[in-house]
Design a binder for this molecule. Sequence first.
Ligand SMILES: [Cu+2]
Length: 115
Amino acid sequence: MKSRSMLCATVLLAMTLPLSSMAAEDMSKPGAMGDMKMDSASAMSSGEVKKVDKDAGKVTIKHGPLANLDMPGMTMVFRVKDPAMLDQVKAGDQIHFIAEKVGGALTVTKIDAAK
Ligand SMILES: [Cu+2]
């Protein structure tokens, strides 16, 4: 009983600490919310679909610089996290996407048609 309530207190403390430090940061920086929005938008990279290979779960994208992967613009083949994502796009489409290294392979984890 005693050790269990200790554990609860530790978990509560761990959950509370990051929240209170975030709140403190928000107070000191009035523009923090706007900055966060910009960050999530810039996390999406722009590109053009060159080829879709749904059977292989791969897509060829001519992409601009990928800051998160430290990669310059180029045309290359990515794996996709879920082949169903490829239903949304076709060759020639302008897209916004997120590419990440998953298990050592460059993988598109999110794809949106640019409007
Ligand atoms: Cu590349």
